[in-house]
Design a protein around this ligand. Structure first.
Ligand code: MLT
Length: 327
């Protein structure tokens, strides 16, 4: 064998010998899960439900760390600087790991190349919601109201590139308006202000919306998907309510830093899949209106391909809307 090939073979043997040991001892201490938004919001809620079950499968605590800011890109950047040993992971989403590429000209990470994907966690429907005292009661009335009040209407969101920002951008592009934008560190705090009547409307994930709509503290005009959401069966779809072009589904994904050993990723993935099969987790997510992923997407390879496809899907949409994080 050529000397270079011998060296490569020796290195591969060394790696093969050490990786199973890393997986055998992993996790040797509590795992930190970075949530790139404020506590109490949709990412945080899903993460806490899944992490509780995953920690039982892993035999170690999972500590949630909320690292909010810049539409979720601050927490995502933080993960890329963590030790790639599986003890620091995160939950990102459509905003942080797809829309961010087109929105942030100076994004400090690549959503695929700088991460080790673990698996897709769930998908979430988006609902157009408003404060209870806003005059319109239907989607058609809301569209007319927004056109008439474009200069003064307040759209709450979780920062440039967040899901709430990006999905309302789509709505604005369809309606042809550019209203005022009010950024928060997550839609947990944004929802609190919507309930308090401090802001006018919010495009938000069903897991954050369902409890408030059931409690009657906010209005929901429509769900932006083809079928009604089982958690809110009285809320019409955008097609039923007269705006069929507004369709968007978002997702949460679990990721580790680039370079995390494959057997460690496999162990984290197994724990994730165990959690998603846990009847208690299923019941809690379903009650909040979240959907579990197809089995093929709850895998590292499935998630990697999915992220690449989502970046390719969102980049032209954001570019067409003419928005960047700097404007
Ligand atoms: C959150 O957890 O606050 C959200 O996922 C924010 C968003 O992206 O709209």
């Amino acid at each position: 064998m050529h000397k270079r090939h011998l060296l490569v073979a020796a290195a591969a043997a060394l790696v093969a010998g050490t990786l199973p040991a890393a997986a055998q001892t992993f996790p040797s201490r509590p795992v930190t899960m970075i949530i790139p938004f404020a506590a109490g919001g949709p990412t945080d809620v899903v993460a806490r439900i899944v992490a509780e079950s995953m920690s039982k499968a892993l035999g170690q605590a999972i500590v949630i760390e909320n690292v909010a800011g810049a539409g979720g890109t601050t927490g995502s950047t933080r993960l890329t600087t963590a030790q790639p040993d599986g003890h620091t992971i995160m939950i990102g989403h459509t905003g942080t790991h797809a829309a961010s590429v087109a929105l942030y000209p100076n994004l400090r990470y690549h959503p695929v190349n700088d991460f080790s994907p673990i698996g897709l966690v769930n998908t979430n429907a988006i609902l157009l919601t408003a404060k209870k005292t806003l005059p319109p009661n239907t989607l058609a009335e809301f569209v007319a109201w927004l056109k008439a009040n474009e200069r003064t209407a307040n759209n709450a969101h979780a920062g440039i590139g967040s899901v709430s920002h990006t999905t309302c951008l789509l709505l604005h592009a369809i309606i042809g308006v550019k209203p005022q934008s009010v950024p928060y560190r997550g839609t947990g705090p944004a929802m609190n202000d919507l309930v308090a009547g401090q802001v006018d409307y919010l495009c938000d994930q069903v897991v954050n919306v369902a409890p408030q709509v059931r409690a009657g503290t906010i209005k929901a005009f429509a769900v932006a998907q083809q079928t009604r959401n089982a958690a809110l069966p009285d809320v019409p779809t955008t097609a039923e309510a007269g705006l069929p072009a507004y369709q968007v589904v978002v997702w949460n994904a679990m990721l580790a830093p680039k370079g995390t050993p494959e057997p460690v990723i496999a162990k984290l993935n197994e724990a994730l899949r165990t959690a998603l099969a846990d009847p208690n987790v299923k019941a809690r997510l379903t009650e909040l209106g979240a959907d579990l992923p197809e089995a093929s997407l709850a895998t590292p390879a499935g998630l990697r391909a999915f992220l690449e496809a989502e970046i390719a899907k969102w980049t032209p949409v954001i570019r067409a809307a003419g928005v960047t994080a700097s404007n």
